[in-house]
Ligand binder design. Structure first.
Ligand SMILES: [Zn+2]
Length: 459
């Protein structure tokens, strides 16, 4: 086998986000094939063979690529609607539109969502997709194809809903699947697309949507299915006071107790939001190793509340960051969530140091990799891990006068991405995607948003 080709990156600040938070004021990285081979302070070692590229990264900060742990790609073509609604009213307004999506729409919306994240430093993405109208094609396959074309590492959380209005749920009956249909389709998706390898580009998780759109049987059977197939579990949990009320009325207990009763707490589970958690809920997550996808902008947009992230971290709960769907976070960017997580949690805790810059960088990288079950592979810059690396440009007007680059990245304006590598392959150069034509994607998303609006208006 031919020796791996090397890329040498030099003269940058490096925040490794390893277990000791090692940082270098000026250092180097050597990428060999799809791995990080070496990194450290000062210039790269001399005499390396097979160096195909040398990058002088003066004025840059190198970090692990960002990891997004919660999203709904299809919402890219329903942004800017129901902008003054809480979660349940927003859902009721949007379900009838979402129920009309088809395969070309799902593909185009996924390309838009992925492009927006990737150009902002995301190297590992996820999509929680749970709208599968009958007879509309292979939506999961289309989403995975979009992720492959964009070049990011990807987890498809194959969602489902089977509790329609007639069963006391929130979604309209025509937008839900049957219990058996949802389970069979989820198993087929895992078998076709899930890659358990160390350097997998595509993984699949089992992801019924939420307590108010899914039957107790589907939750329980989905947990059994995921464990039989050896894949992870994902859902929405404890997002709003209305959800809490719904759980008490229907199940006689709060969301966390309900999840525990259906087999949904464990190291192989991560949940979006977890805003309304009491001390015993947080303790249950910590005891079982259940992970959280913290989505501060979406929680603010829908007035859901502020998750107790500092308390979760103190208890040892694994926490990552999520954009959430872009119908509730129109920006669609993850790097701005670092700043929002820090600011919102300071407001929530009434404490000026509730979260600091290095903690939120960890949430957006290593924390995210941990909740996706991939912390051994990505999420920090360490020799032997996958070459998922971002170079942020910190020497322009926006950041140059801030001495500490991690402070500049988190507290400052969204920093431009000079280069982003995924699996050793560069997918962003000078803020532009190399893998897809952003302008063509923009036009296609506008056209599909209009087509969906037209079809939905016809009823
Ligand atoms: Zn969500």
């Amino acid at each position: 086998m031919a020796a791996a080709q090397r890329i040498v990156i030099e003269n940058c600040s490096i925040a490794t986000v390893d277990a000791d938070d090692t940082e270098y004021a000026s250092g180097y990285l050597v990428l060999a094939g799809n791995r990080i081979e070496a990194l450290g302070a000062g210039p790269a070692p001399e005499g390396l063979a097979n160096v195909v590229r040398r990058i002088d990264a003066t004025g840059h900060l190198a970090t692990p690529g960002l990891v997004n742990t919660h999203h709904h790609f299809y919402q890219w073509i329903t942004r800017g609607l129901a902008t003054d609604h809480n979660l349940f009213d927003w859902l009721v307004a949007l379900y009838p539109i979402w129920a009309r999506i088809d395969e070309p729409m799902a593909y185009t919306a996924a390309r838009g969502s992925l492009a927006m994240m990737a150009r902002g430093g995301v190297t590992t993405a996820m999509d929680h997709h749970y709208v599968y109208p009958r007879g509309t094609g292979d939506l999961s396959g289309a989403i995975i194809r979009a992720a492959r074309e964009t070049g990011v590492r990807f987890t498809l959380a194959r969602g489902s809903m089977d509790r329609g209005e007639k069963d006391g749920g929130l979604p309209p009956d025509f937008a839900v699947e049957s219990l058996e249909g949802a389970l069979a389709a989820t198993e087929a998706t895992v078998k076709e697309h899930h890659d358990p390898s160390f350097d997998a580009m595509t993984q699949v998780a089992v992801a019924p949507c939420s307590p108010f759109s899914v039957s107790t049987e589907l939750l329980r059977d989905a947990a059994g299915l995921a464990r039989r197939l050896g894949v992870r579990l994902h859902t929405h949990g404890s997002e709003t006071v209305e959800e809490e009320r719904f759980c008490h009325e229907l199940f006689g207990m709060g969301p966390t107790d309900y999840f525990e009763s259906t087999g949904w707490l464990g190291e192989d589970v991560w949940m979006a939001h977890c805003v309304h958690m009491n001390d015993s809920d947080i303790a249950a997550f910590a005891r079982t190793g259940t992970g959280v996808a913290h989505c501060p902008s979406s929680n603010a947009r829908l007035a859901a509340g502020i998750a107790r992230v500092p308390d979760m971290l103190a208890a040892g709960v694994p926490v990552g960051l999520g954009v959430d769907g872009t119908a509730s976070n129109e920006s669609g960017e993850l790097h701005t969530e670092l700043r929002n997580a820090l600011l919102i949690n300071r407001l929530g805790a009434h404490k000026e140091a509730a979260l600091n810059a290095r903690q939120v960088l960890r949430l957006g990288t290593h924390g995210g990799a941990r909740v996706l079950g991939r912390a051994a592979e990505t999420g920090s810059l360490e020799a032997g891990k996958l070459a998922d690396v971002v170079l942020w440009k910190m020497d322009t007007l926006a950041h140059a006068s801030i001495a500490d680059p991690v402070t500049a990245l988190v507290f400052g304006a969204a920093a431009p991405v000079t280069a982003s590598f995924v699996n050793g392959r560069q997918i962003v150069a000078d803020g532009r995607l190399l893998t897809v034509d952003e302008d063509a994607v923009a036009r296609a998303t506008r056209d599909e948003a209009r087509r969906l609006a037209r079809i939905a208006a016809q009823g």
